[in-house]
Design a protein around this ligand. Structure first.
Ligand code: GSH
Ligand code: FE2
Length: 305
């Protein structure tokens, strides 16, 4: 089967190896999330990938230390932010994209299949008619194979469903931001048991990413520090994943992977912040509308998940 989006991404990675993007990672330890600022060294145009808005579930209070660290870096480097990119509607942290957009400009983007996620979770949270379930809360929706520029850097979007139906990876120059597909080789892969998740599709998506050139740099969305490792890491390569990823290295069949993934998913608790995260991230990072008293509330559906 010919895969023209993947062919475009492969050609782009090879061509970019002389003018690689500059990548700065920001690690949020409470949610084990890695956010990135990616910029073109020639034009100083930039994108922020998967930003975090700090949230304390006990008090219901948001704070901005993580986002402000990104803001300070962007200002220090005098970057112009064109994009606030989400790999998916995260289930474990709130997005800071609207806050960063207010401060820096840029468009908030996600995969086009977010509409599916909005349908499912709009129903779970019994969202009102003001909640649009067509992706239009986002400024841009990407389909598989879409291409765009960050300054002179080429970007190709790959739809990589499995963890969620709407997951996408951004291949920016010679670097791929893989979202929640695979993690570092010694941790394996993302779970596939959220509504709309699918272990078989996750296998196909991860193997598709592993068909990029062997020296493609891969940047993870999380690092959960497996036993035996004491430092957080988030960058690897296609070659290293193909050799050593404990769930999906070369030679592991789709059926073997699916059996492993489904068994492991049965053992995982829901992410600590899934209820606040999904309800905000399905709205492109915006809070639900305030109630009559001007206060904003997040709902807790009982026995739904
Ligand atoms: N303990 C973390 C777990 C979050 C979680 O479930 N993360 C997802 C990605 S959103 C995953 O794929 N985890 C894989 C695993 O925990 O093995 C939390 O509560 O936030
Ligand atoms: Fe996730």
């Amino acid at each position: 089967m010919s895969d023209s989006a993947l062919a475009t991404a492969c050609a782009q990675v090879r061509a970019a190896q002389s003018g690689a993007p500059v990548i700065k990672a920001f690690f949020d330890e409470p949610t084990f999330t890695v956010s990135y600022v990616v910029h073109d060294p020639e034009t100083h145009r930039a994108a922020v990938v998967d930003s975090v808005l700090d949230y304390d579930p006990a008090s219901g209070r948001t704070s901005r230390a993580s986002a402000d660290a990104i803001l300070a870096y962007v200002k220090d480097k005098a970057l112009g932010v064109d994009w606030l990119l989400e790999t998916h509607a995260h289930a474990d942290h709130l997005s800071a994209a609207p806050y960063l957009q207010k401060e820096l400009g840029g468009k908030i983007a996600i995969g086009e299949h977010i509409a599916t996620v909005q349908q499912v979770f709009g129903a779970v949270f019994n969202a009102g008619p003001e909640f649009r379930r067509d992706g239009s809360d986002f400024d841009a929706l990407f389909a598989d194979g879409d291409t765009f520029k960050i300054g002179n850097l080429d970007v190709t979007v790959l739809h990589v469903p499995g963890h969620t139906p709407a997951c996408i990876a951004y291949v920016i120059g010679d670097a791929a931001f893989v979202g929640d597909t695979m993690f570092m080789p010694d941790y394996g892969t993302a779970r596939a048991d959220f509504p709309g998740g699918d272990a078989r599709r996750l296998y196909q998506s991860a193997r598709r990413l592993l068909s990029l050139p062997p020296d493609t740099r891969l940047f993870m969305c999380h690092d959960y520090l497996p036993e035996g490792r004491t430092n957080y890491v988030w960058e690897t390569t296609v070659e290293a994943e193909r050799k050593a990823n404990i769930h999906i290295h070369d030679g592991i069949s789709e059926d073997e992977f699916v059996a492993m993934r489904e068994a492991r998913d049965k053992t995982l608790a829901m992410p600590r912040l899934i209820l606040p995260s999904v309800q905000v991230n399905m709205r492109a990072g915006h809070m639900p509308p305030p109630e009559g008293n001007g206060m904003t509330y997040l709902k807790i559906p009982v026995d739904a998940l």
